[in-house]
Design a binder for this molecule. Structure first.
Ligand code: NAD
Length: 305
């Protein structure tokens, strides 16, 4: 096709897709049925991982729960069963360790079957200024928040590709779309997680594997304890998200096969502006939204947690 025709085609389709997106705002979106799907959730032993497990159990999915914290993971399984979940399997897995991920993944394939919805949710945060962050914690942050995604994809993607059926979910962060003062290693790990998930999503489409969906989740602070102490400067504009609300929205985005979920909605506006306004204006808005001070009162989880 020549340049003129292809450009015309793109312009016509752009208008069509914009209109389609607008119309879809007013009509309910179809949700997929996940009954019988094998859903693996890493970091299921607390927070969002636990709450998503409860949501998926209600929908009749088979649950494979991974966490480094065996007690937390068992407690999630107990709650899942108490709430009617029938098939739930727990595995202790340190997601910072590639060998362990591959070993436990093989065990899951033998004992449960091929995972069809993979949710990379396990995450940690150092919560210190970069020069105060111990090297081993910086490394661990990248191993858990990013590299674990590579190894879990390597383990579970082949079966999804063979059947052209599956869903890859990355619980990233709004800190994966914009830098934050005092969160250098965390932001780097989440930017990488977003880039990785986005690229593999494209790789699946380009290789004709359109039955493998991608959902990339970028929330602001959630009340799970991970970012305890952090405050929002303008809670009406940028509210700290309730953990049950966030988990429900994430599961709903997966059911709708939504590619990106950014929460709260006001952040779509912030990220849209980020790349088009002059740098000085971007900094002014950063100060206005509190991005320089988000971490000032960070406590995070206590060591025992
Ligand atoms: N809480 C927030 O404000 C917030 C905001 C944006 C994104 N997120 C992301 O959401 C995800 C869930 O966070 P959460 O708020 O539920 O935190 P959380 O601390 O409650 O849960 C994280 C879970 O990951 C597990 N985990 C930690 N290291 C692990 C390892 N090496 N191997 C296996 N499991 C490990 C923990 O035991 C814990 O159960 C994380 O990826 C986090 O970065 C959280």
């Amino acid at each position: 096709m020549n340049f003129f025709l292809e450009t015309l085609q793109v312009m016509v389709l752009s208008i069509y897709y914009l209109l389609e997106a607008f119309v879809k705002l007013f009509i309910p979106t179809r949700r997929k049925n996940v009954a019988g799907e094998i859903v693996l959730i890493s970091g299921a032993g607390s927070g969002i991982g636990r709450l998503m497990s409860l949501e998926f159990a209600k929908l009749g999915a088979t649950l494979v729960l991974w966490d480094i914290n065996q007690d937390g993971n068992k407690e999630t399984a107990r709650l899942v069963k108490e709430n009617g979940g029938l098939r739930v399997y727990t595995y202790q897995c340190d997601c910072s360790n590639k060998t362990e991920i591959y070993r436990v993944a093989d065990q899951v394939k033998r004992e449960v079957g091929d995972v069809t919805i993979l949710i990379n949710n396990a995450g940690i945060v150092t919560g210190k200024k970069f020069m105060d962050s111990p090297d081993d914690l910086v490394q661990k942050t990248l191993e858990v928040n990013t590299l674990a995604h590579f190894w879990t994809y390597k383990a579970f993607l082949p079966a999804m590709m063979a059947s052209n059926h599956g869903h890859l979910v990355s619980i990233a962060s709004s800190a994966g779309l914009i830098g934050v003062n005092g969160l250098a290693d965390y932001c780097a790990s989440k930017f990488a997680a977003v880039g990785f998930a986005e690229s593999i999503g494209l790789e699946m489409l380009a290789s004709g594997k359109d039955g493998i969906k991608t959902t990339i989740v970028c929330p602001y602070f959630i009340t799970t304890g991970m970012f305890d102490g952090c405050q929002s400067k303008w809670p009406r504009l940028l509210p700290i998200l309730d953990s049950s609300y966030a988990a429900k929205k994430i599961v709903d985005a997966i059911l709708k096969e939504q590619v990106y979920l950014v929460m709260p909605r006001s952040l779509y506006f912030v990220f849209g502006l980020k790349n088009i306004v002059p740098v000085k204006l971007g900094l002014l808005l950063g100060v206005y939204f509190g991005a320089f001070n988000f971490m000032d009162h960070f406590k995070g989880r206590s060591k025992n947690d």
